[in-house]
Write a protein that binds this ligand. Structure first.
Ligand code: ZN
Length: 323
């Protein structure tokens, strides 16, 4: 079938990719799926979107003077799937800007943009721990909580660009069982304007907040995890509560999307025992019985932005040709 041939051709096409973070832009080229070569890294211009667009134009023109290759962007912020408008706390000029369209107008080439969690999801679904699975729910457990959903290797671009964001919404239990007694947990106020969001207790800062609540002392998430593994009681209490509070809503999210695999990105993903213990807690709560790990550390934790942006550009080029 002709479409099949053209698809294979498109998937072999080189694409440009950039990971636009709050501090740095990483820029690269992907000559074949699954491989990205980082070419340059520079501070993110944040005063005006035109400075950012011109920086991307220079980087892209250096790599591809003919302007024939599409450019995929991973953006630290949300991208509305209807109007393409950004919402970024870290890069204020992107808020309200139709990102891909605006940057394409300066760069003079096809540009596709998606949120950084969505790009990690694309990277995991196509070239990471989720490869080969039809429904991949990638979760981010970093300073806070995020996520993205891919079906058949493509990102689900839901209303408002917030698909997979299981960290927000007043979902938190108001008590946990520690050592056989119920301990109250307040619904902490969240940056999103609500209270009781998993984001307030589920990331590294949230774990530290829980530890402060139970033990009235400040301890870093690294120390809490280390001390828990060493069998220290206070840290064990904190992690016990943490696992209950996080596993409950995560199990509901996994039931809802029907995830076959849940790659975990973000800083906490490097705590292998924590992820393995959370995996057991979650699998005990979901409806579908599984005798293999469901939550696994994401493989593309370091280069997920660039790899995902490359997947986005490659899929976008295919879409344009198919249309
Ligand atoms: Zn929230």
């Amino acid at each position: 079938m002709q479409a099949g041939n053209s698809l294979r051709g498109d998937f072999g096409q080189a694409v440009l990719c950039a990971d636009i973070g709050g501090s740095f832009i990483k820029f690269g080229i992907s000559r074949q799926p699954g491989h990205v070569e980082e070419l340059e890294r520079l501070p993110t211009p944040k005063a005006d979107w035109r400075d950012l667009a011109e920086a991307l134009q220079r980087l892209a023109d250096k790599a591809d003077p003919s302007r024939s290759l599409p450019l995929g962007l991973s953006v630290a912020g949300l991208v509305d799937p209807v109007n393409g408008a950004g919402l970024s706390a870290n890069i204020p000029p992107l808020t309200g800007l139709p990102i891909a369209e605006a940057i394409a107008s300066v760069a003079g080439r096809a540009v596709l943009a998606a949120n950084d969690a969505d790009c990690l999801t694309l990277a995991e679904a196509n070239d990471g721990a989720g490869r080969g699975y039809p429904v991949v729910f990638c979760i981010i457990m970093g300073t806070g909580i995020g996520g993205g959903l891919a079906i058949d290797g493509r990102i689900v671009r839901g209303a408002g660009g917030v698909t997979g964001e299981w960290g927000h919404g007043p979902a938190m239990n108001t008590s946990v069982e520690i050592g056989g007694r119920l301990v109250p947990v307040p619904r902490f106020a969240c940056n999103c304007g609500q209270s009781g969001c998993i984001d307030t207790i589920g990331g590294a800062r949230g774990m530290e907040r829980l530890h402060g609540l139970f033990h009235e002392e400040a301890r870093s998430s690294h120390r809490i995890i280390e001390d828990w593994q060493a069998g220290e009681t206070k840290a064990a209490n904190t992690i016990d509560a943490y696992l209950q509070l996080v596993a409950d809503p995560l199990a509901v999210a996994i039931n809802t999307v029907g995830a076959f695999i849940v790659p975990v990105g973000g800083g906490l993903a490097s705590a292998e025992k924590l992820i393995a213990t959370l995996d057991e807690a979650v699998r005990a709560r979901i409806l579908h019985r599984l005798d293999r790990p469901l939550l696994v550390p994401a493989i593309r934790r370091e280069d997920g932005g660039l790899v995902g942006a490359a997947v986005l550009a490659r899929q976008g080029a295919t879409d344009v040709r198919a249309a």
